[in-house]
Design a protein around this ligand. Structure first.
Ligand code: ATP
Ligand code: MG
Length: 313
């Protein structure tokens, strides 16, 4: 291999490795628990020893700082304006989590031009080398900020509750991020939040996965579930993460398991192909206890030749 080819390959691999560490939380529908899951996953992963960057990707309606009771601080706005370098806008949070805040009540940021979104995504990919996990808490809706930032990530966790309205919007996100023959794009996974039971969460996944496969030609893996838990709104009211305020609460325990699974999956995805033993092993959910469940066995994998249906595309 020539030196310039080797250099090109190295750059490509670095980009892939950076994207593999970047995980977006999306939903379409608002208020389904993206910020709660992203913030708590960040703290749980940090508690497991990971270096974590938590990005408030709800650029014009910041919530991460509110949920954690942190003072408003310079963030992506100042970064994009060129007023501050990246190091100056990453702030320390609980458990050593690094936080890139957003701004509040900024319609201009919510409707950022696509070049600016691309610039932010590139800056985050550059920063990803210094972290094990970069979590993006994105806003609701299907605007360019949400879709372009999610597309820059190696993995998009679609957060949905079992309600039909939430599922309809999750379906829309799947369609726009990876359905209808779109090549590449992030790995798509479903996380069922505020589930009444594990069975309800598995059935919710099954339903959406089947619809997406049938009409969009693309399924999505099962990332797991977080139970409906009264201690979540109580923690939010205290402006604390539930993993800190009530570590033994079912929602907190579930998120710690999810964080461990996610760290494992991200690490595996970032390894070079020649380093991966047993390429055909389905790993999603392996550490969560769902590995032997029907949903995990059905987990679709990148590269699987899905039968395509274009009816809804
Ligand atoms: N597992 C849960 N059990 C009970 N309540 C929950 C759970 N998850 C979230 N909630 C409640 O739902 C509220 C909304 O959650 P959150 O702000 O994380 O949603 P979001 O998807 O980020 O909303 P937005 O789209 O506006 O950014 C929380 O403040 C919390 O009270
Ligand atoms: Mg939110």
């Amino acid at each position: 291999m020539r030196a310039d080819q080797a250099e090109g390959l190295r750059i490509l691999r670095e980009r892939e490795a950076a994207a593999a560490r970047m995980v977006a939380f999306v939903s379409g529908k608002g208020g389904v628990g993206k910020t709660h899951v992203a913030v708590n996953t960040a703290l749980a992963a940090a508690g497991l020893g990971a270096r974590v960057l938590l990005v408030d990707g709800d650029l014009g309606l910041a919530n991460v700082d509110v949920l954690l009771g942190l003072p408003a601080a310079a963030g992506s706005r100042e970064l994009l304006l060129g007023h501050e370098p990246l190091e100056a806008v990453i702030h320390p949070g609980p458990r050593g989590v690094h936080i890139l805040p957003a701004a509040s009540a900024r319609a201009d940021l919510a409707a950022l031009p696509r070049e600016e979104i691309g610039r932010l995504a590139a800056l985050l990919a550059g920063a990803a080398a210094g972290f094990d996990l970069v979590l993006l808490d994105l806003g609701s809706g299907i605007g360019p900020v949400v879709l372009d930032l999610a597309a820059a990530c190696g993995r998009a966790v679609v957060v949905a509750t079992p309600e039909p309205t939430s599922l309809a919007d999750a379906y829309a996100v799947v369609k726009l991020l990876g359905g209808c023959g779109r090549a590449g794009g992030p790995e798509l996974e479903l996380l069922v939040n505020a589930a009444g039971s594990e069975l309800e969460a598995l059935e919710t996944h099954d339903h959406l996965d089947r619809l997406a496969r049938r009409f969009l030609g693309r399924g999505l893996s099962y990332r797991g579930h977080v139970p409906r838990d009264a201690r979540v709104p109580r923690a939010v009211a205290m402006q604390q993460a539930v993993v800190e305020a009530a570590p033994t609460a079912p929602a907190a325990r579930a998120i710690v398991r999810l964080a461990a699974d996610l760290l494992h999956a991200v690490k595996e995805a970032g390894r070079f192909p020649e380093e991966k033993p047993g390429e055909n092993t389905v790993r999603t959910g392996a550490a969560s206890g769902f590995a032997s469940s029907p949903a995990a066995v059905r987990t679709p994998r990148r590269g699987r030749p899905w039968t395509r249906s274009w009816r809804a595309c």
